[in-house]
Design a protein around this ligand. Structure first.
Ligand code: FAD
Length: 541
């Protein structure tokens, strides 16, 4: 192994490889218990170094029968609540690509840009602003320091019309397990610096379309990707809909469904329950609850009143001309009328007014507008693709000591317990009702508040993100949270509600489910990665 370390050190330099258990331990932190750990951390500076690292490990494995190594790749490694930087196998060489930071080929006519794994949400946002803000990006609710490629590799999603991230990318540059470099789409035909003209605009290329093979998998390391950007609309208006009666959620979903299908609502509308809103606005009232969990109903109701939170709240946005938005607003109002009339449309000037008068409003009404209007502002801005740190503290909900600052918060360093489970269903009220019933019953049984958000993600599907938020400093909580997760995973998948992405913990339960495809993917893996150098067992492959 020492021999391998010295070979790798020659490639990246001694400052970019960590082997001491103390330093590597920082990369083994997580928001729930880990089964697998990293043994070495390496941070290449460019694609050529990635290739050399992969080739070197291949060579080492070939000549060492009893000591084999494999690489686990992350871009920024902030996959909090899903895996953080945990590998899919033990004793991994963690390759972190955050140093490879390039924004290139910005096309301000077609709205395309090429980026590398080190480019974060914040980097892209600032770059687009510097270019005049003609195009908007999509942003997630996670840290501005999250990698765009990292999120896309897990097929994550955000809040705008471009919220389904994998839907808006093309032309991958990929390093395969033997160290060779390939391009997908039309870019495969690039020659002597000449790139086929539609490479960044037409994602299917010619022949088999393979980009999906490199997401949620272990077939290669993506070192470049083209991202499609949203033209800044002439007019932007966010909408916020609320219902007081939690049982009306199915009716509300069914009222929104045709609008999503026919393209009136193009943004990925986000629907949070009361727990989710309370967790974004406050921390667990341990004293008031006399250390009892889950949150007593009476305290929940007091908090709902204090922050003016309803059973379910929808947020979405319209992007278009002023005339278009006017028509869409009317259609939306009409569509939800049988369920609720509580709908607010917010444009920039309304938001400015609300921000200005939030203090006075709080005084007059006794409602904490000082907290809930800034939340509304952050949601409004997310729908314009502006990344924010604002939502990270919500993961500290159960901590006895709330965080002192928002900037630079890292839940893994503060022993926050966080585990997501994100089942997908058709946009249909009955499916939502069924999922909510399962999730509520199991979470409450284990003593957790069922914080839920539902995102109308595509024209036909919604994603229900279940958050298991707890405090890892409390003895026994890790075991309890995992048991709660496993029971939900089993109950949901048994009813056909499969997650759109897996946490490292869910890999075990996932591997027990029969699949007609995974055995074939394993065959592809054995051809592409004969030495099993890239993330063995990831997503069951
Ligand atoms: C409060 C909060 C809010 C969140 N909101 C959202 C949200 O709105 N939407 C959302 O999607 N997620 C959300 N998350 C989850 C998560 O933080 C984000 O998805 C985040 O973008 C993933 O981390 P990352 O970008 O650092 O990716 P990484 O951790 O770098 O990568 C994620 C995974 O992708 C693979 N991968 C990474 N880079 C490569 C590569 N170059 N080649 C091949 N495979 C690669 C690896 O398997 C890696 O483990 C949230 C988390 C928190 C705590």
């Amino acid at each position: 192994m020492n021999n391998l370390i010295s070979l790798l050190t020659t490639i990246v330099g001694k400052d970019y490889i960590f082997t001491s258990s103390e330093k590597v331990a920082e990369y083994n932190l997580g928001t729930f218990p880990h089964k697998n750990t990293n043994k070495i951390v390496i941070k290449p500076a460019n694609t050529a170094q990635v290739q050399q690292i992969v080739k070197t490990i291949n060579q080492y494995n070939l000549s060492n029968d009893d000591s084999k190594f494999a690489i686990s790749t992350v871009s920024s490694g902030k996959n909090w609540g899903y895996s953080a930087q945990e590998p899919s196998f033990d004793n991994a060489i963690l390759m972190q690509l955050s140093r490879i930071k390039e924004l290139d080929n910005y096309d301000d006519k077609q709205g395309t840009i090429t980026l590398t794994p080190g480019v974060t949400q914040q980097d892209l946002y600032e770059y687009l602003q510097e270019q005049g803000g003609k195009f908007w990006m999509d942003a997630t609710g996670s840290s501005p320091e999250c990698s765009i490629i990292g999120n896309t590799m897990e097929r994550g999603f955000g809040h705008t019309e471009y919220g389904d991230h994998f839907n808006n990318v093309c032309s991958f540059e990929v390093i395969l397990a033997d160290g060779s470099l390939i391009n997908t789409g039309f870019k495969q035909f690039s020659k002597n610096g000449v790139i086929p003209v539609a490479a960044d605009c037409y994602k299917w290329g010619i022949g088999p379309y393979v980009d999906g093979l490199f997401t949620q998998s272990n077939f290669g390391i993506v070192t470049k990707m083209t991202l499609w950007l949203m033209p800044k609309p002439e007019h932007f208006e966010a909408f916020f809909i609320s219902i007081k009666d939690e049982d009306k959620i199915a009716d509300l979903i069914d009222a929104l469904q045709p609008l999503k299908l026919n393209g009136i609502i193009k943004s990925s509308a986000h629907i949070g329950n009361d727990h989710k809103a309370i967790q974004a606005l406050s921390f667990y009232p341990w004293k008031k609850a006399k250390n009892q969990t889950p949150l007593p109903e009476s305290i929940k109701n007091t908090l709902k009143k204090k922050f003016m939170v309803n059973a379910w709240s929808v947020s979405g946005a319209f992007y278009g001309t002023k005339a278009e938005v006017k028509v869409w607003k009317k259609i939306l109002k009409q569509a939800i009328k049988p369920v609720t009339t509580d709908i607010k449309f917010i444009d920039q000037s309304t938001l400015n007014l609300a921000m200005k008068f939030k203090g006075i409003l709080s005084l007059i009404t006794g409602i904490d507008f000082n907290s809930n209007i800034p939340l509304l502002e952050k949601v409004f801005r997310l729908k314009q693709g502006i990344p924010t740190n604002y939502f990270i503290p919500s993961t500290y909900w159960r901590k006895k000591t709330p965080p002192k600052t928002i900037d630079g918060l890292d839940p893994t360093q503060d022993n926050v317990g966080l585990l997501w489970l994100a089942p997908i269903a058709p946009i249909d009220g009955q499916h939502v009702k069924a999922m909510v019933k399962i999730i509520n019953a199991i979470q409450i049984k284990y003593g957790y508040e069922p914080g839920l958000s539902i995102t109308l993600l595509t024209e036909r599907t919604l994603d229900c993100v279940v958050s298991l938020v707890y405090d890892r400093d409390i003895e026994g909580e890790d075991v309890k949270a995992l048991a709660c997760h496993d029971e939900m995973f089993e109950a949901l998948t048994n009813k056909g509600y499969f997650p759109y992405r897996l946490s490292s913990h869910a890999h075990e339960a996932y591997s027990k489910i029969d699949s007609s495809l995974i055995p074939q993917l394993k065959k592809i893996k054995s051809v592409l990665d004969q030495q099993t150098v890239l993330s063995p067992d990831k997503y069951g492959i």
